[in-house]
Design a binder for this molecule. Structure first.
Ligand code: LAN
Length: 735
């Protein structure tokens, strides 16, 4: 349970005054329509976690670029780390809000409703906080986005609407009425994306005939590539795609639907402009609101889904279907057991739970899912949300360690580092998943690090790399103060995983190797996500793996020397190939070009490239410098991710996290040996933004996945300013 984050409502711990205040706040939220004053300012404050402070109380408001002096940087760092260390948990990790997507909580609420455990799982305070969240994130037009900052979509709106109704809001409630108006103004819920169709069908207010098939029989296709069709076997999909369509195919294949309750009956009438009974379901299969459409179906999908739709007549209820469903459940149970019922992500978590219930409502498996639902819930100022993962514990901890070590002040924070060391230590995965791995389509895990907790345990290339780098940084400190280093053989295991992850193109993907061709993306049916079907090589993962291998080799020059050198060479070529003509890299997991610039420059630096000897590094720096805002920082909008073009925030306002990434990129590329003027302005900007407490403000959302959906990394606002100022202190000011 190390790293586990679960929120409890502490009625006993609250004084009568506090209870009164909570109640008043909850009532106020019910009475007051937040969306009417919806503005980005409000959104920003709501997103912040525990750092609400008046803008006027920020420190050093009149700092000039020329005035960046050593004591100022050092004292900002001391304040920044001291504050951040206070947020650390006893077990060594840093908890934080990992919300953002708006399509996750509906899956949890629908699953609990259908399986009849809603009132057991969600207490009154849970429900009140979830409703508060939904009130807060309604857009001015009444709709809901795919994520908290996004424009209204049918996916977000119809699912949020249904969630509010299940949680107890009447249809006449103002928030519900506005959302319903949005739905009806956009032709009704038949225009929801395919995953939305799935959830509505499970609930019973959408027909399975209105869904493009996800037949479980695909799991029985041959896997071998020589068969041709084997290239499209789901075992070759990106694990997140595979693990979502796996249980989805079970529920679809057996048409798992909840009871037709009065609420469901009523929803059937509330969600559509015409009569439910007269909906043309065959036509509905391919309907999708233009607001939702990010990846439109290529025609080949229309042909494919039509053929499978026809085939359903034969497959449904057949012996083959029965066998396929059994095969799928074997994989569902395997996943549940190997993640201690956490599951790889928030989507398969709840669909797996649903599968277990449909298979046997009294099963142990279903019961074991319940306590792990709480691992995904998080409360912040905006209310209770379902997170994109069971947290980002390991990831944030490895960054925090590296950031603190980079400041040159590590000796002042040994307690904090000792605890973090413990967390890194216990979270490393020590064995492979039960075998034979190929039968379960799994990659090796022994020696890897996961993204969140040991219980979750799915290995990831860049999490392993950041884990390795954190372990190496800690091993360089006094063991009497920060604890004994992780043993060599465990580090070697990690190196083994990292090397095994390298793809034929020289890059590294996320959880596994790339197992098929990008043409498979043609069958991506999600409409709203891009690049989900296979695991691609990414500049971020590649950079993390390259820098960790380089650092490892520095300390252990003889271990697998030739292999590591060759891997670095191939990684360098991949990184250079990914760079665009303008010097930028596109970032897939953070916003966006500033995030990727940091990784791109680090990757090249790992093979000895700086602006002094590398055209690529120089171009990367020049790209960044053309994007610097008038206040000295960088401010990139999430629109960069979906449009794949650099997008400034309105008013050219900078963001501390983007600014820190740009500083880290420039320093890694060695730009400070040429000129420090722009770097100084950027550093100054970070100092100006710091609050008296030592915290930095929570600004716009900084994480992303699948091009189109944003995700909050609340810890980034502390980690990256500390890291950037720290490197500035030790490498530019040379202290
Ligand atoms: C994550 C979180 C971590 C992230 C990094 C390690 C930062 C990245 O470098 C590699 C990709 C990875 C592991 C990643 C992939 C996509 C995830 C799992 C997420 C963004 C967290 C949530 C998201 C998941 C896909 C959300 C569920 C939605 C689906 C479309 C299935």
């Amino acid at each position: 349970f190390q790293g586990r984050q679960v929120w409890h409502f502490d009625a006993d711990g609250a004084s009568p005054e506090e209870l009164k205040a909570i109640k008043a706040a909850q009532e106020a939220f019910t009475a007051d329509r937040f969306n009417q004053k919806h503005s980005s300012d409000l959104l920003l404050r709501l997103q912040s976690t525990g750092n609400i402070e008046e803008a006027g109380s920020r420190r050093k408001p009149v700092l000039k670029a020329e005035a960046v002096s050593e004591p100022e940087v050092t004292s900002a760092l001391r304040d920044g780390i001291s504050f951040y260390a206070k947020l650390q948990q006893e077990d060594g990790h840093w908890p934080g809000d990992y919300g953002g997507p708006m399509f996750l909580m509906p899956g949890l609420v629908i699953t609990c409703y259908v399986t009849g455990c809603l009132d057991t799982v969600l207490t009154a305070p849970h429900k009140a906080e979830m409703l508060r969240y939904l009130r807060n994130h309604q857009n001015a037009d009444g709709g809901y986005g795919l994520h908290i900052e996004g424009h209204s979509t049918m996916f977000g709106t119809a699912l949020s609407y249904v969630t509010m109704r299940i949680l107890g809001f009447p249809a006449e409630d103002e928030t519900c009425k506005a959302a319903q108006r949005w739905i009806l103004d956009h032709e009704g819920a038949t225009h929801i994306t395919s995953w939305g169709k799935f959830w509505l069908a499970v609930l019973g207010c959408y027909s399975w005939d209105g869904m493009n098939p996800t037949p479980p029989e695909i799991w029985m296709l041959p896997y071998a590539t020589w068969t041709g069709i084997g290239l499209a076997h789901p075992g070759r999909f990106w694990c997140h795609c595979r693990m979502v369509y796996l249980p989805m195919s079970y529920v679809y294949g057996m048409r798992g639907t909840g009871k037709l309750t009065p609420l469901v009956r009523s929803l059937r009438q509330e969600l559509y402009p015409g009569k439910y009974e007269s909906i043309n379901w065959n036509a509905a299969r391919n309907q999708c609101a233009s607001t939702d459409l990010y990846y439109p179906h290529p025609w080949i999908q229309d042909v494919l889904w039509w053929s499978l739709y026809k085939a359903e007549g034969l497959l449904l209820g057949s012996g083959l279907r029965k066998k396929a469903l059994q095969e799928v459940m074997r994989h569902v149970h395997y996943e549940d057991e190997n993640t201690r019922y956490v599951c790889i992500g928030p989507v398969n978590k709840v669909i797996n739970m649903l599968c277990c219930w449909f298979e046997d409502p009294d099963s142990e498996a279903f019961k074991r899912h319940i306590p792990r639902l709480y691992d995904f819930l998080w409360v912040a100022e905006d209310g209770m949300k379902m997170q994109g993962y069971n947290g980002s514990q390991l990831w944030d901890t490895t960054f925090a360690v590296q950031a603190i070590c980079a400041t040159g002040l590590a000796h002042e924070f040994s307690d904090c580092l000792r605890r973090a060391h413990q967390y890194v230590d216990v979270t490393q995965v020590r064995e492979d998943a039960p075998g034979p791995l190929s039968a379960w389509y799994r990659h090796i895990s022994k020696g890897a690090w996961p993204f969140s907790t040991r219980d979750h345990g799915w290995p990831i290339s860049d999490c392993s790399s950041e884990g390795l780098k954190a372990a190496l940084s800690l091993a360089a400190l006094d063991p009497a103060k920060v604890g004994a280093p992780i043993s060599d053989d465990r580090l070697f295991d990690c190196v083994n995983v990292i090397l095994s992850y390298q793809n034929g193109d020289g890059g590294w993907a996320t959880y596994e190797n790339t197992r098929s061709y990008s043409a498979l993306e043609l069958i991506n049916p999600s409409e709203t996500f891009g690049d989900i079907v296979i695991d691609y090589s990414y500049v971020e993962c590649t950079s993390a793996c390259m820098t960790s291998l380089a650092e490892f080799q520095h300390k252990y020059p003889q271990h697998r020397r030739a292999e590591i050198l060759a891997a670095l060479k191939r990684g360098q070529r991949f990184t250079e190939k990914q760079q665009r003509a303008d010097g930028s890299w596109y970032g897939s997991w953070g916003v966006c070009f500033t995030y990727a610039a940091w990784f791109g420059c680090e990757a090249l630096a790992a093979v000895g490239k700086t602006v002094a000897n590398s055209e690529a590094q120089l171009r990367a720096c020049e790209f960044l410098l053309t994007k610097q805002c008038p206040d000295g920082g960088w401010g990139e909008s999430y629109l960069s991710c979906q449009d794949k073009v650099y997008s400034q925030l309105e008013g050219q306002k900078s963001q501390v996290v983007n600014t820190a990434w740009a500083i880290l990129a420039l320093i890694s590329a060695g730009y400070h040996h040429r000129d420090t003027k722009q770097l100084q302005a950027a550093v100054c900007c970070l100092l100006r933004q710091q609050m008296r407490s030592g915290d930095w403000p929570q600004e716009h959302i900084t994480g992303v996945f699948n091009r189109n959906c944003m995700i909050t990394y609340a810890n980034y606002r502390n980690i990256f300013p500390i890291w950037a100022l720290g490197r500035y202190r030790t490498e530019v000011l040379k202290l």
